[in-house]
Design a protein around this ligand. Structure first.
Ligand SMILES: Nc1ncnc2c1ncn2[C@@H]1O[C@H](COP(=O)(O)OP(=O)(O)OP(=O)(O)O)[C@@H](O)[C@H]1O
Length: 346
C-alpha cells in the first residue's frame, strides 16, 4: 500500500451464485458478476463520490470494504487491513451510514443507542462525552436525545445515525444515500456537517448518492460504476464534459422580453412570460453568464438547476461506449486509469 492510499482496491471481483426456479422441480444456477475487476485508491482525508445506476455494484463494493462480503478475487485493503479477514478490528476504524436503514435501536431513546455504542466500541468515557457533545451540537440534536427513534422524522433519524457512526472516531466513513428523502434544510445541514467533520478530523469519506449536489458540494472526485465495472474516475466537471451535460439557468425578468441574447454555447431553451430558461454546459461556471445577464437585462431573480444524476451517467456511458477502443479520455474502458490531475471547476 502506498503512503497515501488509505483505501486500496485492486482488481476486486464479486460473483454471486444465484439459483432460480424454472419449473416444479427444476432449478437453474446462474452467476451474477456484481463487481468485475475494479481498481481504485482513496487517499486519507479524501471525500469521493461513488455513483452508478441501480444494480451497478455500489452496495456490493461497500459491503466488501466493510468486510460483510468476501471478494471472489482481487486485493482489498482499508487502513492496511484486509476487511473480510479482520472485520472486527476494522470495525473500530470505520463508520457506516445507510440512508435507507438505521443502526439505531428503534424503540429506545436516541441517547440509549449511543450509550450502547459507547460500550460496544469500548470508547473511553471522556472521549465519548466529548464526541457526543460536539456531534449533537453540530447536528442540532440536543432536544431529541430522549425521543424514541421510531418517533423521529427521517431527517432527524438520519442525523442521529450519522452521530452513531462517528462516536468511535472512525478514520473512514461510508455513506450510502445520506440525504435521501431529506428536505432542502436538512440536506444542507448534513452536507455542512460532513464538510466540517472532514476538515476537523480528516475523515476519509466514500459517498454513494443519487443527488448530484451532494457530489458537487462535497467531493473532489467521483467514480462511476456500471455493470460492476469502473467507467469513470475523476473530477465531476470531467464527468459533465464526457457526457456533455448541461445545467439550466432560470431567469426572472421584470417584464416579458424577447429571448435573452446569450453568448454561445449558452442558449435560451424556453420562454414563459417574464421567465426564461437558458441551458449552458454543466462543466462551466454560471458566473460569467449571470454577470452578463445582470448587466444587460432588468433582472428580478435567478436560480441554477443541476442536471439529473441518472441523465449525466447515462450520457457519459453512452459517449464512453462510442469512444471505447479509440481514445477513452477520462472515461475508463477495459483498463482502469488513475484520476486525471485537473481540479473540478464547479
Ligand atoms: N446477495 C446477493 N445475491 C445475488 N445477487 C446479488 C446479491 N447482492 C447483490 N446482487 C446482485 O449484484 C448486482 C449489484 O447489486 P448492488 O446491490 O451492489 O447494486 P447497487 O449499485 O448498490 O444498486 P442500488 O443503487 O439499486 O442500491 C445486482 O445485479 C444485484 O442483483
Amino acid at each position: 500500500m502506498t503512503e497515501q492510499a488509505f483505501i486500496e482496491v485492486d482488481r476486486v471481483e464479486k460473483v454471486f451464485d444465484v439459483r432460480r426456479r424454472t419449473g416444479f422441480l427444476k432449478r437453474e444456477r446462474r452467476q451474477v458478476r456484481a463487481v468485475d475487476s475494479i481498481s481504485f485508491t482513496v487517499a486519507r482525508g479524501e471525500m469521493v463520490g461513488y455513483i452508478g445506476p441501480n444494480g451497478a455494484g455500489k452496495s456490493t463494493t461497500i459491503k466488501m470494504l466493510t468486510g460483510i462480503l468476501t471478494p471472489s478475487g482481487g486485493r482489498l485493503r482499508v487502513a492496511g487491513i484486509d476487511p473480510s479477514r479482520e472485520r472486527t478490528r476494522l470495525a473500530h476504524r470505520i463508520g457506516v451510514v445507510f440512508g435507507q436503514r438505521t443502526t439505531l435501536w428503534w424503540d429506545l431513546p436516541l441517547v440509549d443507542s449511543y450509550k450502547l455504542m459507547h460500550r460496544m466500541y469500548r470508547i473511553p468515557d471522556a472521549r465519548y462525552r466529548e464526541n457526543l457533545d460536539r456531534l449533537v451540537e453540530l447536528l442540532d440534536l440536543g432536544d431529541l436525545l430522549d425521543v424514541p427513534v421510531r418517533q423521529l422524522s427521517l431527517g432527524q433519524r438520519m442525523r442521529g445515525d450519522i452521530v452513531a457512526a462517528l462516536l468511535h472516531d472512525p478514520e473512514v466513513l461510508y455513506l450510502d444515500e445520506p440525504t435521501i428523502g431529506l428536505d432542502v434544510v436538512s440536506k444542507g445541514r448534513v452536507r455542512e456537517f460532513l464538510k466540517e467533520i472532514n476538515a476537523e478530523r480528516g475523515t476519509t469519506v466514500l459517498l454513494t448518492t443519487h443527488d448530484l449536489q451532494d457530489i458537487e458540494l462535497l467531493c473532489s472526485r467521483v467514480m462511476v460504476i456500471d455493470h460492476g465495472r469502473l467507467m469513470y474516475n475523476g473530477p465531476l466537471a470531467g464527468l459533465h464534459e464526457a457526457g456533455e451535460s448541461e445545467r439550466t439557468l432560470v431567469v426572472d425578468l421584470e417584464r416579458e422580453l424577447p429571448p435573452i441574447d446569450a453568448p454561445a454555447p449558452a442558449r435560451v431553451v424556453k420562454v414563459d412570460g417574464p421567465r426564461q430558461w437558458l441551458a449552458f454546459p454543466a462543466s462551466e461556471s454560471a458566473a460569467p453568464l449571470v454577470a452578463r445577464i445582470a448587466a444587460e437585462y432588468p433582472l428580478v431573480d435567478l436560480s441554477v438547476r443541476e442536471p439529473d444524476i441518472e441523465a449525466v451517467i447515462a450520457k457519459m456511458l453512452h459517449s464512453s461506449g462510442e469512444t471505447r477502443g479509440e481514445t477513452p479520455g477520462e472515461t475508463l474502458g477495459e483498463t482502469p486509469k488513475p484520476p486525471p490531475e485537473r481540479e473540478p471547476t464547479t
